[in-house]
Design a protein around this ligand. Structure first.
Ligand code: ADQ
Length: 458
């Protein structure tokens, strides 16, 4: 029987259920149905004298095959090439890339080692679905080790225009490697266009007009598969009795005024300093919001070993302090900043209890927070989504108030518009957004991708 094999840098824990988020659950569900296998890094760094083995364990019918990384692998593959080269460059931030030869060597070696460990576990009929930028060359390494069945690759982050991609010294090798897949998926049409442009302009590729691309002697499916959330599950969390209580408590305590919410990993791609500056501008340009509007920004730390991340943390703390110092009062704190993770059901309640969802990344593959904010709203009295035009989600969620996150005044004006929008307009925008979030949920995303992977293999 054909099994599904999911490969990702980190392997999720099924026991955490809904708390681990839509993607882990959606992939977990598919794996449970098919008694599949999930392969990847276990999140540990091997201590001195430890052995680099693959550990196998079973949970709810799913086999988990995981391996630690050595310190050197972690430094070069994970922090180095993945997060100091690919992450910034793919988010159009070549100013933040830090290219060292050992990074790409480490990246290549880890992909080889993972392929070496995975190949013997893959049976002839299995479908392999590889996720994200850490594992771009994995398919090619699996092919080199005799894996012949269908392999798909999905990129969760943006794919940059060729002019930017070219700044990565090993760009031709990376793109050629993807042609070992049968299906290569992107979040948006824009990302897909960038990829096709690179392949056609720089590798003599040819498109057939039906989603197929031929280059390097192979024809593969190249499509956009915008990822979604498990909309109904998130909505149920937002409307539970517990959530109602939390919202009431919020409103009673301190947020009887207008609450604007932002929820992001603390990452320089998420546009957090610009967002704080826009909130400050709102208070300057539209003083009626003073003592009325509060920005609640929740931003848990990530990748703190990478320098750019500690810099942004300091910048944010400085901006928050400056706004609160200049505008705050004994009974009003303009910006509340929480630097840690929050349980998902609490987040759902906070989204529902806020008048505005502020999602303004400078560049983002999709951005699930935008969809979660929509799913959590009360149809009778919905909040307004203010969304960056540079988030993948903006390709679909066109009824949001779309903003340019580099234009602080534009964002302040959109915030003001959101805070003063009529109930009728809020309802009609929300109804349209809701339809889109439900139509393109995470299950539909998974089925579309796997449908193409199977159809291609048939
Ligand atoms: P991320 O960059 O991590 O994902 P995003 O799509 O916003 O970004 O997803 C973040 C998830 O983490 C959301 O489900 C959110 O609710 C949750 N989260 C954020 N802050 C939290 C907090 N403080 N506490 C608890 N949960 C929190 C990458 C790409 C995205 C792409 C996704 C999925 O960068 O562009 O949308 O993968 O493909």
């Amino acid at each position: 029987m054909s099994r599904l094999i999911v490969v990702s840098n980190r392997v999720a824990d099924l026991e955490k259920g809904a708390q681990s988020g839509g993607l882990a659950v959606a992939l977990g569900d598919a794996l449970k149905k098919e008694h599949g296998l999930w392969f990847g890094w276990d999140g540990n760094i091997l201590g001195n004298g430890g052995r680099l083995a693959t550990n196998l364990r079973e949970q709810e019918g799913v086999t988990f095959a995981t391996t630690p990384l050595t310190r050197e692998e972690y430094d070069n593959y994970y922090l180095g090439f993945s997060n100091n080269v690919l992450w910034p460059a793919f988010h159009y931030r070549i100013d933040l890339t830090n290219f060292e030869t050992s990074f790409v060597q480490g990246y290549r070696k880890v992909n080889q080692r993972l392929a070496q460990a995975l190949a013997p576990l893959v049976e002839k009929e299995d479908r392999v679905w590889v996720h994200d930028y850490h594992l771009i060359p994995l398919a090619a390494e699996l092919r080199a080790r005799g894996v012949e069945g269908p392999i798909g690759f999905f990129l969760h982050i943006p794919f940059p225009p060729p002019e930017i991609l070219q700044t990565i010294p090993e760009h031709d090798w990376l793109i050629r490697s993807l042609f070992s897949c049968d299906v290569v998926g992107f979040q948006t049409q824009g990302d897909r266009r960038n990829f096709v442009r690179y392949v056609v302009e720089r590798a003599g590729g040819k498109e057939d007009g039906e989603g197929r691309l031929t280059a390097f002697g192979k024809t593969i499916i190249v499509q956009s598969y915008p990822i979604g959330i498990d909309a109904q599950v998130f909505r149920d969390m937002a409307t539970s009795e517990q959530s109602d209580e939390l919202i009431q408590r919020l409103h009673r305590r301190s947020f009887e005024r207008s609450l604007v919410i932002g929820v992001d990993r603390l990452d320089y791609t998420k546009g957090l300093p610009e967002r704080l500056k826009a909130f400050r501008r709102l208070l300057e340009l539209y003083p009626e919001n003073r003592r009325q509007a509060t920005l609640l920004q929740i931003a848990p730390p990530t990748r703190e070993e990478v320098e750019a991340y500690s810099e942004i943390r300091e910048e944010l703390e400085g901006l928050t302090g400056a706004i609160n110092g200049a505008f705050g009062n004994f009974d009003w704190t303009p910006v509340r900043y929480i630097h840690r993770a929050i349980p998902r059901d609490t987040l759902a309640a906070l989204f529902r209890g806020s008048q505005v969802g502020l999602v303004t990344p400078l560049r983002d593959g999709m951005n699930l927070v935008a969809k979660e904010y929509v799913a959590a709203q009360d149809e009778e009295d919905p909040g307004v989504l203010v969304l960056s035009e540079f988030a993948g989600a903006a390709e679909d969620l066109v009824e949001a108030l779309l903003v340019n996150p580099y234009d602080i005044d534009d964002m302040a004006a959109a915030l003001q518009r959101a805070l003063t929008m009529s109930l009728e307009e809020r309802q009609s925008r929300h109804a349209a957004l809701k339809k889109r979030v439900w139509a393109r949920d995470v299950n539909q995303w998974r089925e579309r991708f796997l449908g193409d992977l199977v159809a291609d293999a048939a």
